[in-house]
Design a binder for this molecule. Structure first.
Ligand SMILES: Nc1ncnc2c1ncn2[C@@H]1O[C@H](COP(=O)(O)OP(=O)(O)OP(=O)(O)O)[C@@H](O)[C@H]1O
Length: 322
């Protein structure tokens, strides 16, 4: 379980002056302002949850992850990771968590991937037999065997990210903090990393907190989403709840054998109805008009050839929240 209770991180930013003399003056200056990177955040994440932690640039996502993993100390507030405070017992927490920062590698740049793994094995005191099982499993899951002897600096971004993910799992942690693990990757690399993360969560019951700007990551992986903006939680719920909370309509598209005249149609719950080429597109509020009743209605207006129902794009949802 992960607990953040009234968590805050405030950074003091000292004002700098321009020019050579100015930079010396800045060293002595006490003028500053406070950036509330994380501002009174509370949440509890249960074992086995896969949570998306999303928000615009500068919202406070990385700062939260750094506090949860013990890299940064909170200004105030309480954190527990697996029942332990990362601030008081950082080394113990380190054994329970794996971290990946997509923007920078935690592997040794000039060493072959295998050597990085060997170093981590020693650091975490992973027994030989367990380590061999790990190498086999992660070769099966992430196909890292093909580039185990390549220096990390020569790996492609997708290979490097797979290496970083495997490295984060060497000590078999129960909890994973992933800060943009799919950033900059092509579709194939994203797909294989998502499949891997899904497997870790579903089969190995790992608890995962993921920050990403890629809404497909969220849609395909996360059962719960926490949205933050300006250091504060603005929404915490399922994707479905997020869509519902901000009242984005559901969408039905109907293609008729012959286009009916719908100009006189008045049905409570329909927010918008328009023709897009041969398709009638209806936006409706499901809390007022259920999909089966709308379906019943549209089939009375003409003979449908095809009917499609869609959820609004989560990207639209997020934009609406910001
Ligand atoms: N070490 C620091 N010193 C001063 N300010 C900082 C520091 N680290 C982060 N900040 C500020 O705190 C705020 C939150 O930053 P953070 O990196 O947590 O955002 P983020 O949500 O991860 O953004 P992004 O999506 O761009 O990675 C920003 O205004 C940032 O400039």
């Amino acid at each position: 379980m992960i607990v953040a209770d009234q968590l805050n991180k405030h950074f003091k930013i000292y004002e700098t002056k321009k020019g050579f003399i100015g930079s010396f003056a800045s060293l002595l200056s006490t003028k500053h302002h406070i950036v509330k990177a994380v501002n009174d955040i509370s949440f509890t994440i249960e074992k086995g949850e896969f949570v998306g932690y999303i928000g615009p640039n500068g919202a406070g996502k990385s700062t939260t992850i750094k506090m949860l993993s013990g890299i940064l100390h909170p200004t105030n507030g309480r954190i527990e990771v697996g029942g332990i405070s990362p601030q008081k017992r950082r080394k113990e927490v380190a054994k329970k968590i794996g971290i990946v920062f997509g923007q920078r590698t935690q592997l040794w740049w000039d060493l072959p991937l295998r050597d990085s793994f060997d170093i981590l094995k020693e650091m975490y005191k992973v027994p030989d037999a367990k380590y061999q099982r790990f190498l086999k499993l992660y070769d099966d899951m992430l196909q890292i065997g093909k580039f185990m002897d390549t220096p990390v600096r020569k790996l492609s971004l997708g290979q490097r990210m797979r290496g970083d993910l495997a490295a984060a799992m060497i000590h078999d942690p129960d909890i994973l903090f992933l800060d943009e693990p799919t950033i900059g990757l092509d579709v194939n690399a994203k797909t294989s990393i998502r499949a891997f993360l899904k497997e870790l969560n579903t089969n190995e019951k790992k608890t995962i907190l993921l920050t990403t700007h890629d809404m497909d990551d969220i849609e395909q992986l996360c059962s719960r989403v926490i949205v933050i903006n300006h250091g504060q939680i603005v929404l915490d719920g399922t994707l479905e709840e997020l869509r519902k909370n901000i009242g984005l309509p559901s969408l039905m598209e109907i293609q008729y054998r012959e286009k009916p005249d719908v100009s006189e149609v008045k049905l409570t719950g329909i927010e918008k109805m328009k023709w897009e080429d041969e398709k009638l597109v209806i936006l409706y509020d499901r809390s007022v008009l259920s999909s089966p009743s709308l379906l019943q209605n549209v089939t009375q207006w003409g003979e449908p050839l095809d009917i499609q129902m869609k959820e609004p794009d989560i990207e639209e949802v997020i934009q609406k929240i910001y």
